[in-house]
Ligand binder design. Sequence first.
Ligand SMILES: Nc1ncnc2c1ncn2[C@@H]1O[C@H](COP(=O)(O)OP(=O)(O)OP(=O)(O)O)[C@@H](O)[C@H]1O
Length: 293
Amino acid sequence: MIIRSRPPDPTGTAVSLSPPAVRAEGLTVVRGTRTVLHGLDFTVPRGQITGLLGPSGCGKSTLMRATVGTQAKVGGTLEVLGLPAGDAALRSRIGYVTQAPSVYDDLTVRQNLDYFAAILDPGRAAAERRHADVTRVIADVDLTSRADALAGNLSGGQRSRVSLAVALLGAPELLVLDEPTVGLDPVLRRDLWNLFHSIAEERGTTLLISSHVMDEAERCHRLLLMREGGILADDTPEALRERTGSDTVEAAFLHLVDEAVAAAREPAPTTAGKSPDAQPPATGPDSREETAR
Ligand SMILES: Nc1ncnc2c1ncn2[C@@H]1O[C@H](COP(=O)(O)OP(=O)(O)OP(=O)(O)O)[C@@H](O)[C@H]1O
């Protein structure tokens, strides 16, 4: 189990010895015949919660799939915990929750977790450790009282939390959560965000969490704001609000969209900037776009 007692250092100085949790340079992804991520540059610092926000279809899930190594046709540089994304050594170090809960309906909550724990940490010798890990993650997601209920008899929100519990097994260093709070009531959403913060602060885990609910942005340490397959901003919520003179991250986002649209209307500068609207055509002759991992 990897538990880091050192709290995240907002200056980044104390963690500078380890590579960032995620480092992307010129990250490009092609899905079908379309380029859906256009040469992204960003880093995700360790031990913090980074929110990945943007409208539906902007590429959040694609970026997450690339990060966990399940996306084909990924070009450019993408390093995760210092290794190339998709490296086999990363499998036990990353927890990933997709948008659709992936649990067996005909097994109880505990049986689901026992099953996944046995894959992650097999063998009789590990039985006691597995039992403790399963009990811990069920408590983490507040499902102890439903541990013996069939997953198929749980509510949608409870099933999502079983998926989250699976991702927490083994205490991964990086948790990638694709819209974990979608469809949850406000109380559960608040409780889950409290859990995310305690995981980051007490265990030093890095969380990359997508959402298209802008009020969740305020709960993150850092934000990657996305639009149309590009990164519109990479900053803290406070800095974004300050920079744009906005009261909320949502207003800051809209301000940045307006800026990007206005910039795209201006005559092309000599070199393209980082704005997605200033990128060359998605199907340009960059050979990296066709490189499958
Ligand atoms: N299997 C696929 N084949 C081709 N294109 C796809 C596929 N899946 C997604 N896309 C396209 O890739 C782009 C990015 O999709 P993605 O699912 O990453 O967006 P998203 O920001 O996660 O959206 P949402 O918030 O609705 O989940 C979209 O334009 C989408 O149409």
